[in-house]
Ligand binder design. Structure first.
Ligand code: FAD
Length: 433
């Protein structure tokens, strides 16, 4: 590709103790946790709303579980969603419109400057140390500096720009499909089925609902990749959160992939609503009332850290001496990168597992943590820890760690993890059995 050189002076808009890039479930918890430790925090988000997939992506319910005392419990309460089971699978989706306000109120803290519609476009490096970021705003580019940055962008934008060691997808490079979630109302609760996904054997008459949908897809009534029709309940009667559209072979970090995927998924919403109205009892009058403002992205870059956690370790419920997320629990949920439904024939369940501190420190880069779905793990491990409860706990832990680093002038790689664990347990977070 042809290149041109751009060299310009950029105003330094703020000097902070901690920068958090990305205001999804991980980023908002990171920012608030650091601020509660007394750090001066910049939270920067490319969209005009905080929450990431939890709001802009229209993703719900909040799945997964972590140990007691984390911000996940606080947020679930603020969002008004009851815990129906240990890992949330049978839980109800939060009200996403309410969540936009609730999460904005959550990050509205004296110690946090929130930069909305401000996309990270570059990093400021001193050697291999991240010292700040450049954000792109409608006032132009501006710099924010801090001794510690947390990359909670999901796509690992900061780590990528800093030259971190990155992996994507499984061995053949394919990643989980992207999906545009949407909400329907008008469902007759007395007749309208709920189907939470491949672990669900709910019936339509005598037949398993998902087998019925597969049969319809085989007959051409639905595109084959839409055969797994997932219809989650929400906190409101007559509503369903639909997690079914999908586009395979998309790498959303490639700018030319974004619009074709969005177009395809928006067309699928219409197909699905028409299908539900015509074929599913109780759904005759359903209609789409809202959808994500952005394609929901399950998987992109994974930043290789000082430790790379594997699905086998998660499955056995491994304990680590440097745990900063404890008793995380969710299945290895791999939406098929090459077709409909699940990628693996048998769902891998996990015992409650730990995530060690070393998964959050990118190899070879200083001054930087990752948090959320871009942390250091394998493709299969990522498919478990990527759910929102676990991402919230990761954000909180790195937020506290970043504030401690900034206070003591210490690099993340050299932080006394026992002191971090002590600080976390002192504020009620369960970290050990
Ligand atoms: C379709 C779909 C369904 C899912 N279903 C569920 C479910 O039911 N329950 C569940 O718990 N999890 C579910 N997940 C997984 C979960 O939503 C995500 O893995 C989780 O939100 C990851 O949190 P995060 O904070 O790491 O990233 P995100 O939620 O992706 O947030 C990252 C934030 O960073 C921002 N950002 C990105 N780039 C930049 C930049 N350059 N500058 C500034 N900001 C930037 C983004 O705009 C976003 O706000 C689903 C995911 C998808 C896609």
């Amino acid at each position: 590709m042809e290149t041109i050189e751009i060299s310009k002076q950029v105003p330094v808009r703020g000097k902070y103790d901690v920068i958090v890039a990305g205001a999804g479930p991980a980023g908002i918890c990171a920012a608030v946790a650091a601020a509660r430790q007394g750090a001066k925090v910049a939270l920067t988000e490319r969209y005009g709303v905080v929450g990431g997939n939890l709001t802009a992506g229209y993703v719900g319910p909040i799945l997964g579980m972590v140990s007691s005392g984390t911000m996940r419990d606080e947020l679930v309460k603020l969002l008004g969603v009851p815990d129906n089971d240990m890992i949330g699978i049978t839980g109800k989706a939060h009200n996403i419109e309410d969540a936009k306000r609730v999460l904005a109120e959550f990050v509205d803290h004296d110690n946090i400057d929130v930069y909305l519609q401000s996309s990270v476009s570059d990093v400021i490096m001193e050697g291999n140390r991240v010292c700040g970021i450049v954000i792109s705003t409608n006032e132009g580019a501006m710099a924010l500096t801090a001794p510690v940055t947390i990359d909670a962008t999901g796509d690992a934008v900061v780590a990528f720009l800093a030259g971190a060691d990155i992996e994507k997808g499984r061995d053949d490079g394919l990643m989980q499909p992207v999906t545009l979630e949407f909400t329907i109302d008008g469902v007759d609760e007395n007749r309208g089925v709920i189907c939470i996904g491949d672990v669900d054997d709910v019936k339509l008459g005598e037949e398993r609902f998902l087998d019925f949908c597969k049969r319809c897809a085989d007959k051409g009534m639905l595109p084959p990749e839409l055969a797994a029709v997932r219809l989650h309940p929400t906190t409101r009667k007559g509503e369903r959160q639909v997690n079914t559209t999908q586009a395979n072979g998309v790498d959303i970090t490639c700018v030319e992939h974004i619009f074709p995927a969005d177009l395809k998924l928006r067309k699928q919403i219409k197909l699905l609503v028409d299908f539900l109205r015509a074929n599913i009892p109780g759904y005759e009058n359903c209609r789409c009332i809202a959808s994500g403002t952005t394609t929901g992205v399950r998987e992109t870059r994974r930043v290789m850290g000082d430790y790379v956690v594997t699905a086998e370790e998660l499955a056995e419920g491994k304990r680590f001496p440097d745990a900063i997320v404890h008793k995380a629990e969710f299945i290895v949920d791999i939406h098929n990168p090459a077709g409909a439904g699940q990628a693996e024939e048998h769902i891998q369940y996990c015992k409650p597992y730990d995530l060690p501190y070393r998964c959050f420190t990118p190899r070879g880069i200083e001054g930087l943590y990752t948090a959320g779905r871009c942390i250091s793990g394998t493709h299969r491990a990522h498919a478990s820890y990527r759910v929102m409860s676990i991402c919230m706990a990761m954000g909180e832990a790195t937020g506290i760690a970043a504030a401690m680093c900034a206070r003591s002038g210490c690099n993340p790689r050299n932080l006394d993890v026992a002191a971090l664990q002590q600080t976390m347990t002192a504020q009620g977070i369960e970290l050990f059995d």
